[in-house]
Design a protein around this ligand. Structure first.
Ligand code: PLP
Length: 394
């Protein structure tokens, strides 16, 4: 047996553990008494057009067979055409590889790019599964520091951490867990560091993990990353934009600045991992509904309400303009203690240590507006208790 795999399976992710515990509490005290902000499971239903198209497709006897390993050509064409129209890009259908969501997109891409002993840089705080996928590809996960004021990457640290072993850098904007949307200036600056270091050490690829691409608020815009750095591989998923996380559908775009060999490596990695022919029903669905999103206005209202209330109570919260997460500083600086104290009020948040940075907690606000409103007195009580412990009332 493979010991590493056994350990991975036996030790569930912290997020899932908290989510499961919140479910137990709901069965004990009732749904309304538990404020579960643990997991990024969209609460908003998929667009009606999505469910209607699905009903139509499911009855189409012709679409349930195997597709090509990389996906049905007409689906890949529809996706490339959409990207080109939306971003003024020049991507090719032949370079799109359909996957079971962003997780599979990342696992395949990392396997395609890395050799044993390579390094991949991520920015703390980061999606914990990055480390799992990087290690599975035989590489080492190297975390670069964030700028703690903006939660954008610290570029000096990035520059210092790129060595001859660095094969790729992963970015994720809009970001899980901070909700931060990288500015154009930041993307430009990251690209410039990568170009500078690639000239010294050979190609460093940029993997742009974009499951939250459409989830931006207050006029924020996501930048089309390949326009700034040509060795970019985009890992996309329909999980969040269409509220279909359980259906497992996404794609890899080996963008036009990468060589054909990178796409062959993606096909080889997909094959060796058994990730071929993503679910046909959802491939065809994706092609038909591309560009649609669920009603994202609920997240926008939740974000506003929570941000205003939490900062009003005295919490420090990162300025979030995207995804559906708030990154809240622990009033004592201890993430685990914050989580434990919140748990006593049946408020479930995720301590930031699991994202590779101590001192904060992630609040996933992809929940009902009622849950947000009902949870506010508990959030107030939690910070008040910190004040009482310090001998003062807030
Ligand atoms: N990347 C990030 C940053 C995520 O937050 C998630 C899921 O929450 C994924 C990748 C995986 O997405 P998917 O459900 O499409 O596999």
């Amino acid at each position: 047996m493979n010991e590493t795999m056994k350990q991975r399976g036996a030790n569930a992710s912290v997020i899932r553990e908290i989510f499961e515990y919140a479910k137990i509490r709901k069965s004990q005290v009732g749904e309304d008494g538990v404020y579960d902000f643990s997991i990024g499971n969209p609460s908003v239903p998929p667009p009606v057009a999505v469910t209607e198209t699905l009903k139509e497709l499911v009855c189409d006897e012709k679409i349930h067979g195997y597709t090509a390993s990389a996906g049905d050509p007409s689906v890949r064409r529809a996706i490339a055409e959409y990207i080109n129209a939306e971003y003024g890009a020049d991507e090719r259908a032949e370079r799109i590889y359909m996957t079971c969501g962003a997780a599979a997109s990342l696992a395949i891409t990392l396997r395609a790019l890395c050799n044993e002993g390579d390094e991949v840089i991520v920015f703390a705080p980061y999606f914990p599964e990055y480390a799992v996928f990087i290690e599975a590809a035989g590489a080492k996960c190297v975390a670069a520091k964030p700028d703690l004021k903006t939660f954008e990457p610290d570029l000096d640290d990035l520059r210092a951490k790129i060595t001859g072993k660095t094969r790729a850098v992963i970015i994720n904007s809009p970001n899980n867990p901070t909700g931060v949307v990288y500015s154009e200036k930041t993307i430009r600056a990251i690209a410039s560091v990568l170009r500078e270091r690639s000239a010294e050490y050979g190609d460093v690829y940029l993997i742009s993990d974009e499951p939250y691409r459409e989830l931006v608020y207050d006029g924020a815009k996501t930048v089309y990353v390949p326009a700034y750095y040509d060795k970019t591989v985009v890992c996309y998923s329909f999980s969040k934009s269409l509220s279909l996380p359980g259906e497992r559908i996404g794609y890899i775009d080996v963008t036009s600045g990468c060589s054909d060999d990178v796409f062959y490596a993606v096909c080889g990695a997909g094959r060796s991992l058994g990730y071929v022919c993503a679910p046909a029903l959802f491939q065809f669905l994706a092609a038909r509904v591309i560009g649609m999103t669920s009603d994202l206005s609920v997240y926008e209202r939740n974000r506003r309400a929570l941000y205003a209330a939490l900062t009003g109570y005295g919490y420090e919260v990162a300025e979030s303009k995207g995804a559906f997460y708030l990154f809240v500083k622990s009033p004592s600086g201890d993430a685990r203690e914050f989580y434990e104290r919140a748990k006593k009020h049946d408020v479930f948040i995720v301590p930031s240590d699991s994202f590779g940075l101590g001192g904060y907690a992630r609040v996933a606000y992809c929940v009902s507006e009622k849950q947000v409103a009902d949870s506010l007195p508990a959030f107030r009580k939690i910070i008040e208790e910190y004040g009482e412990r310090n001998g003062r009332t807030q």
